[in-house]
Design a protein around this ligand. Sequence first.
Ligand SMILES: *Cc1c(COP(=O)(O)O)cnc(C)c1O
Ligand SMILES: [Zn+2]
Length: 561
Amino acid sequence: MPSFVAKCLDCDAHTPYHPLTKSCPECGSEWLEACYDLDAGKSWGTTFADRPDSLWRYRELLPLQNPSVYPSIGEGWTPLFPAHQLGMLLGLPNLYIKDERQNPTGSFKDRQAAVTVAALLEHNINEAVICSTGNVAIAFSAAFARAGLKLWAFITSLVPPEKMHEVAICGSQVIKVTGTYDQAKKLAAQFSSERGLYLDRGVRSITALESMKTIAFEIAEQLAKLQLFSNAETKRRGTWSSPDWYIQAVSGAIGPLGVLKGFQEMYAAGLVDNIPALACIQTTGCAPMAMAWDSGLDVADPVLSPKTHITTLSTGDPGRAYTLLRQRMLEAGSGTIDSVSDEDAFHALSLVAKMEGLSIEPAAAVAFAGLIKLTRQGVIQSDDVIVINCSGHTMPVESRLLGPSWSKDVSVDDFALPDYPREGIVAALTRIDQAQMRNVLIIDDQVDARRLIRRLLEAQGTFLVEEAESGPIALQLVKQSIPDLIILDLMMPEMDGFALLDRLRAQMPTRDIPIVVVTAKELTKSEWKRLNGHIERLMTKGDFFVDELIEEIEEALRQER
Ligand SMILES: *Cc1c(COP(=O)(O)O)cnc(C)c1O
Ligand SMILES: [Zn+2]
């Protein structure tokens, strides 16, 4: 007896699941959804926790009888970890990254491929059709190759060649369609129905949507463990934890719909106490859902020709997926759909790499740009627990986004080999545009804060950074050499920032060093007075963004005191 049924969203009829069933036998609706017996009395949490770390540990809540038929290559159970530096920069101490790049083909689409192939194998189906903006095709190609099934992959010609190559190398038949993603989807649907082949229909495919629930299950289970370690609050074993926010870059909305369904099922099963708000982020060049959400519409106007470089997110016509998403988000009572520019996304891409060491694809960066936007607007607040889906890994194609200053060129002619041993190279490297390098001294008692600012400055490639952990040490250092600029914290033990400032301003040559104060302190009127005229600029910790800090520093360096 199957533990789940396919339920029609339009007439509520229940039918047994079969991958090739495209519509409700009662009313003809194409919108069917898996429905489980979620007995809250069952101790799901302990049952799952005792199983191997893989997405199959949740098998009772997947539309499968026997997932072991699929030769898994480690899909799912990706790490969840705190984003310390990015969190500090944004003033969000409870920011976590769900690193979906660590799936076998580098994106969260591997979950969809694994669950779908498992279902096809169970039902002896050995050929299928997909249409993709890239990552679905890569994930399905790998899974189909391992399972020995045949795949027809319809891909728009806009997909970068590096991604197409990934699809073709696994032996799928690639059909390159010159046109938009929505047009390619129509062609794929026509082809599959003429041939009677299984077609992955995105949100309308039960396995696709259900696979995304595993992201939610893992987040809740992993978050509970992390919180157990990080605070003294003792949790009942088998109880999981929901974040306040789940943030994802969105195209067709399989992710958010599946993740929300996952949290709702956990809630019904008594595993979590709340359902997170979703923040679904699109690119402004293709943001049909964000625009409709903003206008309070429950049907999205299709974007006929998407204007974005981020092909992964180019679903111009979300159709009923949007209507369903909106309805469910409103039922859950929170969340938002918003958009960011390509430029903001590329910016966030570089920031995430520099702050957290993660090389991500532009589509994933859209979620991070959304996080920054919503934090700036105060929609996301500093005590919120946030999980952001780092949905995909960078591909070689992203190298052209790095811009001109990503490496320093060294010519062997700059120093005669072999007369110069190793030190010669180091010396030569140090000499490189030494003249343009500016010396900055960071004075802050907190090592994390110093390191963050150091990383930000060094990433610019034009600053030489020194650190002092206290006022007296700083005074020692400035005696040895005068920095071009000082970044000063106000709250320090021993000698605070105000006292140090008085000492620096009291005499030549330190009197003229430009000073930027970066502080977490709310200033009183008299404190403002003490600073006035003595510093170039005051910035509040957690409240500024990299560009602003760099701009302020450049500005302060330009100004003559
Ligand atoms: C598919 C994809 C998305 C968008 O996913 P949906 O949930 O289908 O909207 C975001 N990021 C990456 C890397 C993707 O591959
Ligand atoms: Zn029906």
